[in-house]
Design a protein around this ligand. Structure first.
Ligand SMILES: [Zn+2]
Ligand SMILES: [Zn+2]
Length: 220
């Protein structure tokens, strides 16, 4: 169980994301979980793998090497043992046996990243998937159906019911549609469990959608 005032370890695995971007991710997470996550620490994990790694194995490595409340961000594909091809690689996952979540940036990049705007879109998506997985670490569960936050964006815990449009469509409809503000149900849960009244400081706009991923490990 994560306690109020936790520090989040944000661990870069691979090299595709800059430290200043990791700081932005950390700040957004603190803003979204205002009063629950007090701060973050950045770390880098050297890795022999390049293309892909088993998601569960990565959470176990990070638990052993870093421990505590941890978010790993990798540019490698995160693999699962799912028989459905769509779910054989995932956007992110959380190990229900510890407080470690992992996010893959591999499917979040636009076709090319040559402009500031394209990089910001990539970073924005990484933040949203990170928020979803850290939300799981704090006890939040997926919304199988469309759920809006007070600002009209999709709650970060939105997952949808099933995939209709493939990976790229899912990224645009669900991940881009998420904001940084949680819906009333998630807010109520966090207030009950952590005894705080928190409010996201920033919000972003995006298209609404209704889809799903299975962007987490078994039991999540
Ligand atoms: Zn999830
Ligand atoms: Zn919610």
């Amino acid at each position: 169980m994560i306690r109020k005032g936790t520090t989040l370890n944000i661990v870069r695995i691979g090299n595709d994301i800059t430290y200043s971007s990791l700081k932005t991710i950390g700040e957004r997470i603190i803003d979204a979980f205002n009063g629950i996550i007090a701060g973050y620490e950045l770390a880098h994990h050297e890795t022999p793998f390049v293309e892909s790694i088993d998601a569960q194995l990565l959470t176990m490595i990070l638990q052993q090497e870093i421990g505590g409340h941890t978010l790993g961000i990798t540019d490698a594909d995160l693999k699962t043992g799912d028989r459905d091809e769509f779910y054989q690689t995932i956007f992110g996952g959380k190990n229900p046996k510890n407080d470690v979540a992992v996010v893959s940036t591999r499917k979040l990049a636009p076709k090319q990243i040559t402009t500031t705007r394209e990089y910001e879109l990539f970073l924005d998506r990484t933040i949203k998937v990170s928020l979803h997985e850290v939300g799981h670490n704090l006890g939040l569960t997926d919304h199988a159906v469309y759920r809006a936050a007070p600002d009209g964006t999709l709650c970060p815990m939105s997952r949808g019911e099933y995939n209709k449009f493939g990976t790229a469509g899912y990224v645009r409809a669900i991940i881009d549609g998420r904001g940084l503000m949680f819906c009333d149900e998630c807010t109520h849960f966090l207030q009950q469990v952590y005894g705080v009244r928190f409010r996201a400081k920033r919000c972003v706009n995006g298209p609404r959608g209704r889809l799903e991923d299975r962007n987490h490990l078994s039991g999540c």
